[in-house]
Design a protein around this ligand. Structure first.
Ligand code: SF4
Length: 411
């Protein structure tokens, strides 16, 4: 069932953006996110906008890519009508849900539509998230032929007991096979992990990390588990069947991640993301953190172009219905004022190893100098970088990033 959606300004039927977006969209790169909202079962911790077969209200998974293509055509027209000329696409990301529920021919059709409407940068990065259980050597080969050049595999843990707590059904051995096939095809590889699940021990987390590094992917993402309201896991915790995740243990787990990553030659470039070299970092995610322009296609997908954010209707049925009627599938939008944009920039860029210009903080916080001095003396940001005008989190700062960001914005 679709849950209630965030309110905002209404979006015109033709998707036209306000005039203010034209100037603000200039000089930004352009990116596409495609949301594929299907999953075989819902994992107990997940609150993503995704649907099992019985929840789709008649939407066909096999034909869904045609609806996405309608939105791609709609977006090209809406941008032209708005007077916004976007550069060639720099990155494309298929996320979900489970994009590997799509046939390779659907990937080809969507990518063809994107290249016809926007063109591709010579060094385009095209990523898909993947459930290891969906992958075979042949399937990956067909994705590579369709143009996918990076694969992000949902490993989460290598420990059966932990996977069970997460309600993940995949076979951990499938991850190693998938990474091997992807590498042999010349695809860039990333492995996604989750740490701090209820009852997961530090030893189990070490085991998962060792297993992930052993696969030698180019990139590793590791996110601490957050228990979202309304999930099966939240209900189990409420009933006392599972303990709450332990935030001190999660901090120890992050420190272990950072230590082992360094030993294995990976470097953090964003709080939760580590790569073996700069060319293996996720260019798509960096674009989000740098607040570039992107169009999010699919139910519930969020977009940002020229200081305007909007979000699509959440359920695949209502989303598809709008596009059938040739009207915007957007639910509502928000035009960001200058202060909100600066706050977002602080929120996003301070997560990056490349850091945030301290001048940005000074634009909204009259106490910036005092705040920065305190953060240096508390050991939360790197003093030598601050002297050069850059705010870069220390290891302790990464553990307390929310506190640092709140101090930067509110003083
Ligand atoms: S596979 Fe991913 S998107 Fe689907 S329910 Fe599980 S965590 Fe959520």
């Amino acid at each position: 069932m679709a849950s209630s959606q965030l309110a905002g300004e209404p979006i015109p039927d033709d998707g036209r953006l306000p005039e203010s977006a034209v100037k603000r969209a200039a000089d930004k790169s352009f990116h596409a996110y495609l949301h594929i909202p299907f999953c075989s079962v819902r994992c107990g911790y997940c609150d993503f906008n995704t649907y099992t077969a019985t929840e789709l209200q008649g939407v066909s998974q096999d034909e869904f890519h045609q609806t996405i293509i309608s939105e791609i055509q709609f977006s090209a027209l809406a941008l032209t009508k708005s007077g916004i000329q976007v550069p060639k696409l720099k990155t494309i990301f298929f996320g979900g849900g489970t994009p590997t529920k799509l046939q390779p021919s659907a990937f080809s059709a969507v990518l063809n539509s994107l290249v016809q409407n926007f063109g591709f940068d010579d060094n385009i990065e095209i990523t898909t998230e993947a459930n290891p259980d969906d992958l075979s050597e042949r399937y990956l080969e067909q994705l590579a032929q369709a143009g996918v050049n990076r694969i992000s595999i949902g490993m989460q843990s290598s420990v059966d007991r932990v996977l069970k707590i997460l309600d993940r059904t995949h076979n951990p051995e499938g991850v190693a096979k998938a990474v091997g096939w992807a590498k042999a095809l010349g695809l860039k590889t990333s492995v996604d992990l989750i740490y701090g699940s209820p009852t997961e021990t530090l030893a189990e987390w070490r085991q998962s990390l060792e297993a992930a590094f052993e696969l030698d992917p180019g990139h590793i993402s590791a996110y601490s588990l957050i228990v979202e309201d309304g999930t099966k896991m939240a209900r189990k915790i409420k009933r006392g069947e599972l303990p709450e995740p332990d935030s001190d243990l999660q901090a120890d787990m992050y420190e272990l991640l950072d230590e082992l990553a360094q030993q294995r030659g990976y470097r953090w470039y964003e709080l939760s993301n580590f790569a073996k070299s700069p060319d293996l970092e996720s260019a798509h995610n960096i674009a989000y953190w740098q607040n570039q322009n992107w169009w999010g296609y699919g139910p519930g997908a969020h977009s940002h172009v020229g200081g305007v954010r909007w979000w699509n209707k959440k359920h695949p049925a209502t989303y598809s219905e709008s596009l059938r009627g040739n009207v915007s599938p957007g639910f509502a939008r928000e035009v960001l004022d200058v202060t909100t944009s600066l706050e977002e920039q602080i929120l996003l860029q301070s997560r990056l190893r490349t850091g945030l210009p301290i001048a940005t903080v000074k634009q909204i916080n009259p106490e910036a100098d005092k705040v920065i001095s305190t953060l240096i003396s508390d050991g939360l940001i790197e003093g030598h970088q601050a002297i050069q005008g850059k705010l870069v989190l220390s290891l302790n700062g990464r553990l307390l990033a929310d506190r640092v960001i709140a101090a930067l914005i509110t003083g």
